[in-house]
Write a protein that binds this ligand. Structure first.
Ligand code: 2HG
Ligand code: ZN
Length: 463
């Protein structure tokens, strides 16, 4: 069948204006924030109902056309990229909250709901949706679930997985599965809900989610503490965590702070500059808790782990301190960063970072290397910035070579080549550094059960 006839048959499954094939839309909907792949989808469709999604999946099976699910496309792994004449299935019009029960503290929503809208809905109802990260204003809940998004509050609240109590999915065979139905306890065999979370749309597409909400945190207070070296960050983590329930423990290097301050719109946290900074957040529920935090701060100074620091005294100051960490990714985006999102168990972080730093510095002494991340979760973001005079292709090729050495270290430490950004296309060829060949074979077999014709996000996670 020609493309023209194919598209005519596809168009019949959805509303007339809900298929796009113009160049600009193909370009926009065919890529995510990785921006390293050339988008090349056949069309974009915007289903409005589950039945339409099922019809599209049936159509794709019949014609053996790949489908790529599309949310806010803020992903950093290329999971929502369409490079191979796939049809992009955008959930932009399945974006509503369709139920809420305050006794269950559960909200039912469609996959295209913007994450921030879920957060706002929770807040309007005196509750809290705790998964938080810089791109909540654009990312969609379906994409968050498909990638098991993490972010800045994982130390206290866990990943997206922890908040999904029900999922409706259309499998690659076109079946509609209603998984776990909002239950907190459900011991009835395989939990397919958890299989679809983090599957990057390779088994099926999420068409509805039931999300659990939480009590709203009170009087969140942040400290930004400067340390003389990286090891001190770990001492701080231990000191604070052993006395307080933290809602965040993040870190960034001075190179990151420099980039942030160069923007000119975020105030410097301290008078001087130091090698590393920790951002520590807790609920100052009582004066005693706040005093306790200050006492730990003082003790850490006495130990030499902290050389200077600041504590937020207002909502505005809290926001400003968070921007120092949260805005790093967006701020360095124009420098064409080569990204890594690594994790190891927390105790191994210092030697892991030192080993990787040594490799990167030896291989690329003149590259700008930025370290930051969710240190309380053992998750490090390593960003290498492209020197201005180096062509993009050459830069990425060089980074890909050194990446092998980096991932050997990840493997040695039993770490992960993707802590929270997913595998997609970017980490696909490196999956074996974190998952065994046997495991990957099992993954392939599982995919074949749910998606025998390989039409659901083909080529993502593994080939
Ligand atoms: O861009 C990155 O490397 C990390 C993005 C995000 O996960 C963050 O923690 O800011
Ligand atoms: Zn992150």
């Amino acid at each position: 069948m020609t493309n023209k006839l194919l598209l005519e048959s596809l168009q019949k499954l959805i509303e007339p204006s809900k298929m796009l094939t113009d160049t600009e839309s193909l370009e926009a909907y065919g890529k995510d924030w990785t921006k390293i792949y050339t988008p090349n989808p056949m069309a974009i469709v915007f289903p409005k109902t589950t039945e339409e999604v099922q019809a599209i999946v049936q159509w794709a099976n019949e014609h053996k056309v790949g489908l790529v699910p599309s949310g806010g496309r803020t992903g950093l792994s290329g999971a929502a990229v369409a490079t191979n004449q796939e049809v992009v299935v955008s959930f932009d019009y399945m974006n509503k909250i369709i139920g809420f029960n305050e006794i269950d503290r559960e909200v039912i929503c469609q996959p295209g709901l913007i994450t921030e809208q879920l957060q706002n809905f929770a807040e309007d109802n005196g509750l809290y949706y705790p998964v938080d990260f810089a791109s909540v204003g654009s990312s969609q809940i379906g994409g968050n679930i498909a990638t098991n998004a993490g972010g800045i509050k994982v130390i206290r609240y866990g990943m997206t997985r922890n908040w999904v109590v029900g999922l409706k999915v259309v499998t690659g065979k076109g079946d509609l599965l209603d998984l776990n139905k909002g239950l907190i306890k459900n011991a009835t065999g395989y939990d397919f809900r958890n299989l679809f979370i983090g599957a990057e749309g390779t088994l099926g597409f999420i068409v509805e989610a039931t999300i659990k909400l939480e009590r709203k945190p009170n009087n969140l207070t942040a400290l930004v503490l400067a340390t003389p070296d990286f090891e001190s960050i770990m001492s701080l983590l231990h000191a604070f965590q052993s006395k307080l329930d933290l809602t965040a423990f993040e870190f960034f290097s001075d190179r990151c702070l420099e980039k942030i301050l160069d923007r000119g719109d975020i105030p410097a946290p301290l008078d001087d500059r130091y090698p590393f900074y920790a951002l520590i957040e807790f609920e100052a529920l009582t004066e005693t808790i706040k005093d306790e935090a200050l006492a730990i701060f003082e003790n850490c100074m006495e130990q030499g782990w902290v050389v200077d620091g600041v504590i937020s005294q207002s909502e505005q100051q809290l926001k400003n301190l968070w921007r120092l960490r949260e805005d790093i990714s967006e701020t360095i985006a124009p420098f064409t960063p080569y990204k890594n999102d690594l994790s190891v168990t927390i105790s191994k972080v210092p030697s892991f970072l030192a080993d990787i730093d040594e490799v990167v510095k030896a291989d690329y002494p003149d590259f700008d290397v930025l370290w930051y991340g969710h240190i309380g979760d053992g998750n490090l973001h390593l960003n290498i910035l492209k020197p201005q005079n180096l062509a993009k292709e050459e830069f990425f090729a060089k980074c890909a070579t050194v990446n092998k050495d980096v991932f050997e270290i990840v493997k040695k430490y039993n770490g992960s080549v993707s802590a929270e950004h997913g595998v997609g296309l970017v980490k696909r060829d490196y999956l074996e550094y974190s998952r065994s060949a046997v495991e990957i074979d099992y993954m392939r077999s599982v995919k074949a059960v749910f998606d025998p014709n390989n039409i659901m996000n083909p080529g993502k996670i593994f080939k």
